[in-house]
Write a protein that binds this ligand. Structure first.
Ligand SMILES: Nc1ncnc2c1ncn2[C@@H]1O[C@H](COP(=O)(O)OP(=O)(O)OP(=O)(O)O)[C@@H](O)[C@H]1O
Length: 805
């Protein structure tokens, strides 16, 4: 209304005064005033006084004019709006550039500081490395020396043991000979004793007969004197057998003495130590001999009597010898006091030799005494004399050697422990430095021998030396490979995941992370990434799902998280969205999502790969994410081959995006965790692939060979990397030589039957280790995040409020 009044004023019409002359009146806003209501009132008063009359044609003209003016005004207005918009966009862009510049400068300075720190750190680590290397070399040398000493000690002990063995055999032989002699002597003595007894009996009979005859003769003695002469003759005749008997008795006595001497000699020989043999077996043999001699003495009364007599005689001889020795010693002392220096030496020598002889004799009697006592009592002697000293000293030596050996072993153990801990520490720091540099981490996992391989009789040729090294027995000798970690056949899924967990945190922190399994068919990639069929041993994928949500829960007071995922399969060089099941495919899928869209791999400005055309689903819990995963797995291409009853015939790619908004400063970071279970490389002849399986195998091998080319180019630092040769390499572009933190798990079989494939996989993995990535956090400040939101709104045609800007 205000505008209409102004128009009327402008053309000078007062319709209220001329109601019959009503015309189509236009309005113009060129003269729109911003005057107040009071001004308008005075203006209205004035216009009421001015009376202008215009003809209809003029009014029409005027209105046309006004219409044109309005049209021009409208154009002008639109131009102004456009100008304003352009200005706004320019300012926004300038603002953005300025902010970006500031951020860039800020991060550049941070990067420089970090680089300086890294250089310093590297320098320190290198110094430490050098020190450690020196220490390890010294320890190795010491270890070598100790080993050498140990070997020498072992040789010596072996030789001594051999020597002891020889001596023992000799002694055994000696003792058994002596025992044989003793037995035969005892047998003959017994025989002779029996004969002697018979003879004595005969002699006694003869004596009895002769005494009877003597008695009869004495009774008849007094009968006649004439017969006297005759009697004397008879008596002398009667004495003859008595004389014979006496002679025979003497003979027997002599023979008995002879036997006695022989036995004494034998015993003497027994008691003389043949050799001062320092042998422990003596202590075993001696009691046996004594026991046997004691048994003989107990069984044969004569031998017992003989032994008693021998003991008495020996004691007497011993006392006599000791007396003589005492006298000689006293005499020597006396002569020492009396003799002059010249004759002293001769005398002293004489005394010395006599003394040593006597000492020897005393000693012999003592030993005899001991032996005889032992035979009598049947108890073994206490080995504390000089014969036993040898044994004792050898025993002591043996103990000493054992002690030394124990000590050496302990030292060796310590050295090895030190060496291992130093090596582990060194590797840890090395890993940290490599991690900082952005090197791709490579783990090696050896799976257990499968039933098939065991049935084929293939030997185990792969061995984990330590946590970082693995050797493969090849026909040309063992080949060693080094990795960031080696997991043996006994390693559990938990152990493997413990070393992987760090990367899940990185994905939540806004990094682009990729974990992928590589290896020949049946080497355990799916087991490592997904787990077994029953999920009794879940692999990295299901464990990651839980870990993501666990970490999110822990940080829920500081961040606001959003998790979404896409799951793809690269089958026969065609990317397929696993959330969509294709009609006509062999597998069935509980939830069908209709016709599949074309999925293409694209990269955003930061080089992060994303799947255009693939459905991305949000998940609010680990269970939900796992359910999505199961849904995807049901759509995967799996079939049985000769090498694996459940062989993956495609590459599985699971992408999990984690967006986190910092509740304190509003910054937003977006991390991506890519989990890839590659299909295994295979030889058609080995797997028995035919028809469509052969086509699958060809496609798998083609894509893996393209992956190999990319790895070779990256490790050789070639200027051109052939990422575009295969869809697989496009998918993995940001993980190999890109901006991701990457972990490769190379799975191998331990069996000899797969030697070639194992070597190829390990060589590939070694090459991958050389590749350096440039991982960067995908984080935006609050302002950038807001500006992006604004642009999105404007693009989608939404209105933008002033306070939004
Ligand atoms: N570390 C392990 N411990 C126990 N069993 C294992 C291990 N690794 C693999 N296996 C078993 O070996 C068989 C083959 O493993 P898997 O299917 O994971 O091989 P793959 O490399 O994925 O093969 P493909 O490339 O043909 O799919 C499976 O039965 C699996 O359970």
């Amino acid at each position: 209304m205000r505008r209409w009044a102004a128009f009327r004023r402008w053309i000078g019409i007062d319709r209220r005064k001329h109601p019959g002359q009503e015309v189509n009146q236009g309005s113009s806003e060129s003269q729109l005033s911003d005057s107040s209501d009071a001004d308008q009132a005075t203006e209205a008063e004035r216009s009421r006084d001015v009376k202008i009359y215009i003809p209809y044609e003029s009014a029409e003209l005027c209105i046309t004019q006004i219409a044109e003016d309005m049209e021009a005004m409208k154009r002008r207005h639109l131009e102004m709006v456009r100008e304003l918009e352009e200005n706004f966009q320019l300012t926004a862009r300038e603002n953005q550039e300025w902010t970006m510049q500031k951020i860039r400068n800020h991060y550049q300075s941070k990067l420089n500081t970090l680089r300086r720190i890294l250089d310093l750190y590297q320098e320190k680590v290198e110094k430490k490395n050098a020190a450690w290397e020196r220490r390890v070399a010294a320890l190795t040398a010491q270890n070598e020396q100790l080993l050498e000493e140990q070997r020498a000690e072992r040789r010596r002990s072996k030789e001594e043991a051999l020597q002891w063995h020889r001596e023992k055999s000799k002694m055994l032989e000696l003792f058994s000979n002596r025992l044989d002699i003793l037995h035969s002597h005892q047998a003959s003595t017994l025989q002779e004793l029996q004969m002697a007894r018979q003879e004595v009996g005969k002699v006694q009979e003869m004596l009895m007969v002769s005494s009877q005859e003597q008695q009869e003769t004495a009774e008849e003695g007094e009968s006649s004197e004439n017969k006297g002469q005759q009697q004397t003759v008879d008596c002398s005749e009667l004495d003859l057998p008595l004389e014979g008997a006496k002679a025979r008795l003497e003979e027997l006595k002599e023979s008995l003495y002879q036997r006695e001497r022989e036995i004494t000699e034998l015993l003497e020989a027994e008691k003389i130590p043949v050799l001062p043999v320092p042998l422990p077996p003596c202590s075993v043999l001696l009691p046996t001999v004594i026991h046997k001699a004691h048994a003989v003495c107990s069984a044969v009364a004569e031998a017992r009597a003989l032994l008693d007599r021998l003991i008495e005689e020996n004691q007497a001889a011993l006392v006599e010898a000791r007396d003589k020795l005492d006298h000689l010693q006293m005499a020597k002392e006396d002569s020492n006091d009396r003799e002059d220096k010249t004759t002293d030496q001769e005398r002293s020598d004489e005394y010395e030799s006599s003394l040593s002889l006597l000492q020897e004799t005393v000693r012999e009697y003592e030993v005899s005494q001991m032996a005889l006592d032992c035979i009598k009592t049947g108890e073994s002697p206490v080995t504390n004399d000089c014969d036993a000293e040898g044994v004792k000293s050898v025993g002591e030596q043996l103990l000493l050697l054992q002690d030394q050996l124990k000590q050496i072993k302990e030292e060796k153990k310590k050295v090895i422990e030190n060496y291992t801990s130093e090596r582990t520490l060194r590797k840890k720091y090395y890993n940290m430095v490599e991690d900082m540099k952005g090197k791709i981490r490579v783990f090696c996992r050896i799976r257990p021998l499968s039933r098939n391989e065991a049935a084929q009789g293939g030997a185990v040729i792969v061995d984990k030396i330590d946590d970082y090294s693995v050797t493969v027995e090849t026909p040309r000798g063992p080949r060693e490979f080094q990795f960031d970690k080696v997991f043996g056949a006994e390693a559990s899924q938990e152990e493997l995941f413990d070393d992987t967990n760090r990367l899940i945190q990185s994905a939540i922190d806004g990094y682009n992370v990729c974990i992928f399994a590589y290896g020949q068919t049946g080497s355990g990639k799916t087991f490592t990434m997904v787990g077994d069929k029953e999920q009794k041993n879940p692999g990295i994928m299901p464990r990651s799902f839980s870990a993501i949500f666990d970490i999110m829960r822990e940080n829920s007071t500081k961040f606001d998280f959003k998790v979404s995922a896409y799951m793809l399969e690269l089958y026969n060089d065609r990317l397929q969205d696993l959330f969509v099941s294709l009609p006509g495919e062999a597998h069935t899928q509980p939830q069908s999502h209709g016709q599949a869209r074309r999925v293409e791999i694209k990269r955003n400005r930061k080089g992060v790969v994303f799947a255009q055309g693939a459905e991305t689903k949000e998940a609010s819990s680990a269970q939900e994410l796992y359910a999505l995963f199961q849904q995807a797995c049901a759509n995967r291409h799996i079939s049985a081959t000769k090498m694996n009853v459940e062989s993956s015939r495609s590459h599985l790619i699971v992408g999990i995006m984690v967006e986190s908004r910092n509740l304190t400063n509003g910054s937003v970071s977006t991390g991506k965790l890519s989990l890839v279970d590659l299909a295994g490389s295979e030889r058609a002849a080995k797997t028995g692939a035919k028809d469509h399986q052969l086509k699958e195998a060809n496609s798998i091998n083609k894509s893996l060979s393209a992956l190999g080319d990319v790895i070779s180019a990256l490790s050789a630092e070639l200027p051109h990397v052939p990422y575009r040769n295969s869809k697989l390499t496009q998918v993995m572009q940001d993980s190999l030589g890109g901006n991701a933190k990457t972990l490769m798990i190379v799975n191998i079989s331990p069996s000899e039957c797969n030697l070639d494939e194992t070597l190829t996989s390990l060589i590939y993995a070694t090459r991958v280790k050389a590749i350096t990535n440039n991982a960067q956090r995908n984080v935006e400040s609050k302002e950038i995040a807001q500006l992006k939101e604004l642009i999105m709104k404007l693009r989608s045609g939404q209105t933008v409020e002033e306070e939004d800007v």
